[in-house]
Design a protein around this ligand. Sequence first.
Ligand code: HEM
Length: 465
Amino acid sequence: MQLFTALLSSLSSLPSLPSLLVVLTLLSSLLLAGRKARGGSATWKLPPGPTKLPVIGHLHLFWSSSLHLSLWELSKKHGPLMHLKLGRVPVVVVSSPEMAKEVLKTHDLECCSRPSLLSYSKISYGLSDVAFSPFGERWRQLRKFCTAELFSTKKIDSFRDIRKEEMERVTKLICSHARASSMVNLSELLLSLYCNMTCRAAFGSGFDDGGDIQLHDMLKETQEDYHQDRLRQQGKEDGDALDALLRMQKDEEGLTEDHIKGVLMNIFIAGTGTSSATVEWAMAELIRQPELMKRVQDEVRGRVGSKGEVEESDLHQLHFFKCVIKETMRLHPPAPLLIPRETMHHFKLNGYDILPKTCMYVNAWAIGRDPNSWGRPHVFDPERFMHDSKEADGQDFKLIPFGEGRRICPAKNLGMLMVELVLANLLYSFDWHLPPGMVKEDVSMEEAPGITVNRSCYETDVIVD
Ligand code: HEM
């Protein structure tokens, strides 16, 4: 538990992605001072954008902690393909499904690297991971391994019992709160649930097992005997993600401890924050609309019956429930700007020049609220997905919470499963109410700054029956 607390505090102390980006791009611009700027607008036809100031470019426009919101406001004025300079770093912002399709599909190969930022380097052991490493052979190798060994259907199935046990543990915990008529802090509960689910699948041990697992020690571990021990203990094909990574390190040349730690860190950060944020946003939206809460609970309870819990095999029959999750991801994509890309080559987009080493932001948050794509875009209305399968599958780039193209989230299926399983069980097992004196308008829908976008609120406690 001690470690869990330490980990939570280390997660929350991670600087927010937007602020990191702004600070880091400014820093990059200073480091790059003296180097000749690439391609001036005299020679290239760049996409439109606001007027920039000398040296800082457009940095002064980003006073808000919410980068995706500031970019959305600017795009309303300058269009769905917008050019900015953050310091000396050229940035192109994409804010419509059509432009997203161009960047993530038509020109995916030109746009599938990542900018080498110090902030990314800090949380990825020097860009030795999958999520932040630049496009190249090493990224390809690690990604192929993750897709085949960590996020395959077979592997995801092999951790089914862990997910079930963790869900049961949390259900019991909520029951004891309900018996005592006390309140539940949903954010804390969800974070601990996903931490445990992820860590038990990644390292074979969770946080509530007496504190035996020392994540930091494990990540820092560099002893060869440790590898040998783990390899001896586990069968060749079984085991957790760490075992699989150690096996790969043995087989592949040039893989270092940092690569293993980088991938584990990706799994840990991506596996906890994104899923817990999604479930929390869904609960907040449903609590604000009791008639929707009732409709989705009726569906879940009606389909699952009286067996006491929702199992993974039940999920495929929950049609309206799945629309609730899609609608949640439309309005609250956990990674609103995906993970920024970096262009590798010059190409033309909509008649404009996009230069190499341009940082590309795809504003999934703005695309989810684009009035040209969605009727009543700001209203939470899962019904919109009930009859339009095209909108629902994301093929038209209107709904892209997992990104698209070569860098699409490799754990999309696992992420969806973890969200669905937990939300379905919370809705199946409990009735949720706001504390006395609170009305639905009091439920804050403000966003907190962070690496993934959570609800910014401190009155997350809810009452359960
Ligand atoms: C609701 C759940 C999740 C959401 C919404 C989500 C979203 C995303 C997004 C937007 C990206 C960037 C895509 C792009 O650049 O186009 C991404 C990348 C990634 N995600 Fe997820 N993710 C989720 C769950 C997970 C989980 C559970 C894991 C692992 C356990 C994971 C591992 C990764 C990795 C390793 C990458 C980097 C891929 C690359 O750069 O090649 N994600 N995710």
